[in-house]
Design a protein around this ligand. Structure first.
Ligand code: NDP
Ligand code: GNU
Length: 314
């Protein structure tokens, strides 16, 4: 039994969520390792991010998804693995690359907890999801199946909506900034969603990764004051910015019709938005005994409220 803080390996450590988890892991005092993939080649941003993380105390470990041995050797050096594999390269099914990591973890045999790349809608709630957006959930469920068949101890993080993708833009699609004059409201705009600052997602993830209470559980990030509707977000923004936006309502029928005309990537995003803002899929179920709620487990975490988050866009 290892004494001291668990050693954590982040796979995907230069990514949007990955880099935040490396920093949160270091801040929490874990010996923290980051996979350095030879494939990054001449990607200067990735290289500089890795070197910055190393400067902040992370240890870089060479490893490649095309070299099973290298993954086994990397995994053998730690106690916990967190994977933040991207979910948007739908054509290359890169979430399924995680199956190689599962194989390595299975062979190494030493891992106390594996957190696969989830960080969004709970895919176990999405059997009914619309095509083609369901690909995200189906791939995440395939990875879960492999983990559970290999009896790998795990924790799934259902982070709900990243504020960067859903709050700064007042949940408008195809943009990351607030609209200046008019905005689209989904239905009556009152389906409750949950919005999280990405740094808080990383903090809650690191708190969960070796907590006995989250062993083989799904951790939902559903802090009470961040359970908000699109209308709540719009009112926060109008109060902060002092200007009122013209609202255009899109009925669920009209929204679904948009899916017909969009390209593949557009259809995926539209599908996700439909489930979130018309169905309310993030809040239309009770957390069962297979789940925990992060702000209840870790009440000491002062999570960022979304009016505070919106101030950076003024
Ligand atoms: P990124 O697009 O930042 O990619 C993360 C990492 O994936 C990259 O840094 C890279 O790792 C790795 N990666 C990508 N392609 C390959 C490949 N071909 N081979 C090996 N590694 C690869 O991901 P995000 O941080 O945006 O997404 C992480 C998770 O969060 C996903 O599961 C996604 O579904 C979810 N998400 C949820 C959102 C929400 O609102 N809830 C919003 C956005 C994402 P390396 O650092 O080693 O190069
Ligand atoms: C991220 C997006 C923003 C999509 C999840 C299309 C998986 C999840 C909330 O990466 O659709 O404009 O749960 O035009 O489980 C991102 C979504 C948001 C794209 C994917 C995601 C959220 C993935 C858009 C857009 C801002």
């Amino acid at each position: 039994m290892r004494m001291g803080k668990s050693r954590v390996l982040v796979v995907g450590g230069t990514g949007y969520m990955g880099r935040r988890i490396v920093k949160a892991s270091l801040a929490e005092g874990h010996p923290t390792y980051v996979l350095r993939r030879p494939e990054i080649g001449l990607d200067m941003d990735k290289l500089q991010t890795l070197l910055e993380l190393k400067q902040q105390g992370a240890v870089l470990i060479e490893g490649s998804f095309s070299d099973h041995r290298s993954l086994v050797e990397a995994v053998k050096q730690v106690d916990v693995v967190v994977c933040t594999m991207s979910g948007v390269h739908f054509r290359s099914h890169n979430l399924l690359l995680q199956l190689k990591l599962v194989d390595a973890i299975k062979e190494a045999g030493n891992i106390k907890r594996f957190l696969p790349s989830e960080f969004g809608i709970d895919p176990a709630q999405m059997e009914h999801a619309l095509e083609p957006g369901r690909v995200t959930f189906d791939e995440k469920m395939s990875v879960r199946k492999a983990i559970e068949e290999a009896n790998i101890p795990h924790t799934y993080i259902s982070a709900n909506c990243f504020a960067g993708y859903f709050v700064g833009n007042l949940s408008q699609m195809g943009t990351l900034l607030p609209p200046k004059h008019t905005l689209h409201i989904y239905g009556h705009g009152n389906a409750k969603a949950v919005f999280m600052d990405e740094d808080d997602i990383a903090t809650y993830t690191v708190k969960s990764l070796d907590d006995p209470r989250t062993h083989n559980k799904t951790v939902y990030l559903r802090p009470p004051e961040n359970i908000l509707s699109q209308t709540d977000l719009v009112h926060m923004w109008e109060n902060l910015s002092g200007n009122t936006l013209e609202k255009i309502t899109i009925s669920d029928q009209d929204f679904l019709a948009l899916i017909q005309g969009a390209d593949f990537v557009g259809q995926v995003g539209l599908g996700h938005f439909y489930h979130i803002f018309y169905e309310g899929c993030l809040t239309n179920f009770e957390i069962g005994e297979d789940g925990e709620e992060a702000s209840r487990l870790y009440p000491q975490v002062q999570y960022k409220r979304m009016d505070e988050y919106l101030k950076r866009y003024l």
